[in-house]
Design a protein around this ligand. Structure first.
Ligand code: S3P
Length: 434
């Protein structure tokens, strides 16, 4: 595939069904948490995105037995535990890999080193180094950034009150807590995605979750786990691009099958409701503790602006760039607040989203902790822009969706970043008629 692509308005509606590929967050956790069970388990519908593959490759270097049955089904066997890696471990572009692995590796009997690509090497690691150090971890960093040199140490449980609602921080501490003496408690201001807790509960770990007043807590203690097979649901963060594309493309009517609908991830569904998107959820069920369903979305001529802030932010953190696109086609103003952590994602998603969508003709302003978008009431945008993707897969895909309503052609540079989470992206859009 050429690294760049051109995109302009489509003339026909999006029609038909797509099966959405598997959830990136849960794919990472299936390998990481599966490796703690000391047994053999099957993982079905594993993500082919580069990020989960980075995690898998790291575990091969840590001695995990991995055998693929087909390209999405694999067995892992952790009966021999983890062993010292002979090389530094490459996390690629994946913040989840680096942050969760630091928690896991801090409590091992061996030393290790984690590094990442240019984008990951700029992202803040203090948020995990600080709590892990309080637990007894010995981590050397480049001024709180990668590469991270980890000296395996004996850890002690702590109670840690995180200032940010971050599943990566929470999960990193829980993984260290699993290898610690005593109990570890993590408190967060809003509930971030809880896939780690759900999967550990499924493996019958000694883990509890709850809410006291306005704070959410999780406690964990070291315990034996029961290996069980895991099915990975489809990724709502990938489905989001199709939901928005159908809502803004005249006469569209699509069904997105197999979407993970865990409530810590469905902020975008609440926003779609508030913005008058015409959608319904079909065929809900639960698989290994995670809710799954199909989402039908139709062209939505009466989109209206909304306000997005507070506790909902962690429930839609990765969908904000494409929600900005949706807001660009709504009637009236959309305000997004309390999302300053977007600056610490694969790119500075506040500045980069605003800069590039503005070039396409969307009326968007960056704020310190979010955006103000004045929608155009479902009119076409100008397009005619050359868009930078800043090493960020979600920006590349959001610009593509906006481009479907652009009068003049846009060039999306380095679109190939899509492979970080969603190599099937263009193929699925083609299937729907693009
Ligand atoms: C993730 C958590 C989120 C999210 C990221 C994946 C995870 O990050 O943005 O894409 O799998 O735990 P934070 O928890 O740091 O907000």
């Amino acid at each position: 595939m050429n690294n760049d692509i051109k995109i302009s308005a489509i003339t026909s509606p999006l029609m038909g069904e797509v099966i959405i590929p598997s959830d990136k967050s849960i794919s990472h956790r299936a390998i990481i948490l599966g490796s703690l069970t000391g047994g053999k388990l099957k993982i079905s519908n594993f993500s082919k995105g580069k990020d989960p593959i980075s995690t898998l490759e790291i575990f091969k270097n840590l001695g995990l037995e991995v055998s693929f049955i087909d390209d999405k089904t694999l067995f892992i066997n952790s009966k021999n535990g983890l062993t010292a890696p002979s090389i530094p471990l490459d996390c690629g572009n994946s913040g989840t890999t680096m942050r969760l692995m630091t928690g896991l590796l801090s409590g091992q009997k061996f030393n290790s080193e984690l590094f990442g690509d240019v984008s990951l090497s700029k992202r803040p690691m203090k948020r995990i180094i600080e709590p892990l150090t309080l637990m007894g971890a010995k981590i050397e960093s480049n001024e709180n950034k990668a590469p991270l040199k980890i000296k395996g140490s004996k850890l002690n449980g702590i109670t840690y009150e995180s200032k940010i609602a971050s599943a990566q921080v929470k999960s990193s501490i829980l993984l260290a807590g699993f290898n610690s003496v005593g109990e570890t408690k993590v408190i967060e201001p809003s509930l971030s995605r809880n896939h780690t807790e759900i999967m550990l509960q499924y493996f019958e770990a000694d883990i509890k979750t709850g809410k006291i007043e306005d704070e959410f807590y999780t406690t964990i203690r070291s315990s034996f786990l029961i290996p069980k097979d895991v099915y990975i649901p489809g990724d709502i963060s990938s489905a989001a691009f199709f939901m928005v594309a159908a809502a803004i493309t005249k006469n569209s009517d699509i069904i997105i099958k197999n979407v993970g609908l865990n409530e810590t991830r469905t902020g975008i569904i609440d926003v779609m409701k508030n913005m008058n998107v015409d959608f319904e959820i079909l065929d809900e069920k639960i698989t290994n503790g995670e809710k799954i369903g199909d989402v039908r979305v139709k062209y939505s001529p009466n989109l209206k602006g909304t306000e997005i802030k507070g506790d909902i932010i962690p429930r839609l953190i990765d969908e904000i760039p494409v929600i900005c696109v949706l807001a660009g086609f709504a009637e009236g103003k959309t305000i997004i607040k309390d999302a300053s952590d977007l600056k610490n994602k694969e790119s500075d998603r506040i500045k980069c989203t605003a800069d590039e969508l503005k070039k396409m003709g969307i009326n968007i302003e960056a704020a310190d902790d979010g955006f103000i978008i004045e929608g155009n009431g479902q009119k076409q945008i100008e397009g005619n822009a050359e868009l930078n993707t800043y090493n960020d897969h979600r920006l590349a895909m959001s610009f593509y969706v906006a481009g479907l309503r652009a009068k003049s052609e846009c060039l999306i540079k380095d679109f190939i970043w899509v492979n970080t989470s969603f190599p099937e992206f263009l193929g699925l859009f083609n299937k729907l008629g693009v």
